[in-house]
Write a protein that binds this ligand. Structure first.
Ligand code: AMP
Length: 318
């Protein structure tokens, strides 16, 4: 049997067509599992023959072999990624508004995802970490069911699309995870509360111990019991394409936790800084391109920029 995979990532591996105020692409690589695993790979001690991260997904035979090779070269296993002959990969298309914090989904073609029945390979069935990336919540549940021993940490991301069409199943999945990541609009939709603080309180009652609310270029908040912590997003000169920023955030967040092995709230605060740092790279180019060849130095510089952005010396009088 191949080496057991330490971090399992389920999600979409896809083609996207994106329109932003700065340009348009016809078909680029996308998908939640793509962004998550690429971002997390920078934190993993992986080798080609001993991958720490394994993707659970499905693609059609239109998906490029070069991208699959790229996953392998980053130490990401695709043994759990089915390639279906004669079928098309998941396709998503979106158009961003001028502020780039909001977007309209133009097309969601499930294609090969419509009848996906994930079967985890044996070496994916005892991970320490499980990342349920954005995908049909029914599939997120199916993956959890195939892992008999509960991982140390289960992180889940989702989006309004699934709230609209599969709310009951989504709530069943949410009840089983440790950390949920969603954006502010989705937090409002899921809770029925306008106030983010009230929304967070309600969502934490649904099951997760930690809730991360992403606010695009306005940063991210993490809620846990009565605690809350905020990390800004870096003010960047160039933002070309926010697609995948949320997934990349999740990959960096999880990557830091896996690397450090420390699941305390204090360390989750650091993890959201790493997540925000990785997301800041993602937005600099169309698709996941910017995540292909980062160096440790690139990442260190970004994280230092975050520290500089928020560090201040205050002496209170009295
Ligand atoms: P983000 O910008 O982080 O929300 O992620 C965008 C990525 O999510 C794109 O690459 C899409 O392929 C993928 N995506 C879009 N809609 C869905 C959906 N309904 N389910 C799963 N993945 C999706």
């Amino acid at each position: 049997m191949p080496q057991p995979v330490n971090t399992v990532v389920v999600g979409t591996v896809a083609f996207d067509a994106i329109e932003t105020p700065f340009g348009k692409t016809d078909r680029v690589i996308g998908g939640s599992a793509t962004y998550i695993s690429l971002a997390a790979s920078y934190f993993a001690e992986t080798a080609k023959n001993d991958p720490g991260i394994g993707i659970v997904s499905v693609v059609g035979d239109d998906f490029p072999k070069e991208m699959i090779d790229r996953f392998h070269n980053k130490g990401i296993s695709t043994d759990g990624m089915e390639v279906k002959a004669g079928q098309k990969s998941f396709f998503w298309s979106g158009k961003y508004h001028m502020d780039m914090n909001s977007r309209d989904t133009l097309v969601t073609d499930l294609n090969v995802l419509a009848d996906f029945d994930p079967q985890l390979p044996e070496h994916y069935r005892q991970p320490d970490y499980l990342m349920l990336g954005n995908i049909d919540p029914k599939l997120q549940l199916q993956v959890m069911d195939q892992i008999p021993t509960r991982p140390k940490l289960v992180v889940m991301d989702t989006m309004n699309f699934w709230m609209d069409i599969a709310l009951d199943t989504l709530k069943q999945a949410i009840a089983k995870v440790d950390v949920l990541t969603i954006n502010d609009e989705e937090a409002r939709q899921l809770s029925g509360e306008y106030s983010i603080v009230k929304a967070a309180r309600k969502i934490l009652q649904m099951g997760p111990s930690y809730l991360i609310i992403k606010k695009g270029e306005h940063g991210a908040l993490i809620f846990h019991a009565n605690n809350v912590f905020f990390a800004p997003a870096l003010p960047l000169e160039e933002v070309f394409d926010p697609t995948g920023a949320g997934d990349t955030f999740a990959g960096g967040f999880l990557g830091h936790l896996v690397r450090s092995g420390d699941l305390s709230f204090e360390n989750m605060k650091r993890a959201i800084i790493f997540g925000s740092g990785m997301a800041s790279f993602c937005v600099e180019q169309f698709g996941p391109e910017r995540l292909y060849d980062l160096t440790e130095d690139d990442i260190d510089h970004r994280v230092h920029a975050f520290i500089d952005l928020v560090q201040v010396d205050i002496q209170l009088v009295g």
